[in-house]
Design a protein around this ligand. Structure first.
Ligand SMILES: Cc1cc2nc3c(=O)[nH]c(=O)nc-3n(C[C@H](O)[C@H](O)[C@H](O)COP(=O)(O)O)c2cc1C
Length: 200
């Protein structure tokens, strides 16, 4: 990491407009994904996170699947905007990270620890969020811009077919990344005093 952890966390933003260059080798991107999947925690150390990294034509294929799927259900006049957004912000990037959670792992935990049965699906989603933040932050530390998208569950079936995704993997989110083509707007922050209580 080139930045300190605090600096990297502060630097992470939602970058929409992307171009398809990469500031690093594919190996460095793969290492970021593997590092996060290895070290990010999960409930009961269940390691339910599954990640698919799409680069090159595979990345483009994902966003063409998304466009085709939306074209079938979005009214024609709205679709123009949808298509422009996908083309300029997602498809135009260098790659996409798909976040999955293995539902077999969740079900096994529910059976094994029935007292916590209701909690395991929630904890699984929380652990996915931790993976998303870690990878998002590390991708931006490499010099990429990224955003977090949720075209699931609309695209799940086509994506599963295309990349042979096991039926027990549930798609949680899609993170397109690439070189930032514009900077995010200034971010508004609610007063921290309203959000954090400290007693000492
Ligand atoms: C759980 C979660 C879900 C989000 N879903 C979407 C989404 O579906 N589409 C999108 O464009 N941004 C999504 N975002 C991005 C947020 O809108 C963004 O992080 C927030 O406005 C703060 O801006 P920043 O990322 O630049 O700090 C999501 C963020 C989080 C944490």
């Amino acid at each position: 990491m080139r930045r300190s952890f605090n600096e990297a966390l502060e630097h992470r933003r939602t970058y929409y407009a992307l171009s398809s260059q990469s500031p690093v080798s594919d190996k460095e991107i793969e290492d970021v994904v593997k590092f996060a999947v290895k070290h990010v925690p999960s409930a009961f150390n269940s390691q339910s996170a599954r990640v698919v990294l799409l680069l090159g034509d595979n990345h483009k294929k994902l966003w063409n699947i998304t466009k085709d799927t939306l074209h079938k259900i979005v009214p024609e006049e709205t679709f123009k905007n949808t298509e422009a957004k996908i083309d300029n912000c997602f498809l135009s990037g260098y790659g996409t990270v798909l976040y999955y959670e293995d539902q077999d792992v969740v079900k096994n935990l529910q059976e094994k620890f029935s007292l916590y049965a209701d909690n395991f699906p929630v904890w699984s989603e929380q652990a996915s969020g931790m993976h998303q933040l870690a990878i998002w932050t590390m991708l931006e530390d490499l010099g990429f811009g990224a955003s977090l998208q949720h075209y699931n569950p609309l695209i799940d079936a086509e994506v599963a077919k295309q990349w042979d995704i096991p039926a027990n993997w549930k798609l949680i989110g899609e993170m397109p990344f690439g070189m930032p083509a514009s900077e995010p707007d200034k971010k508004e922050f609610n007063p921290i005093e309203d959000r954090v209580k400290i007693y000492k």
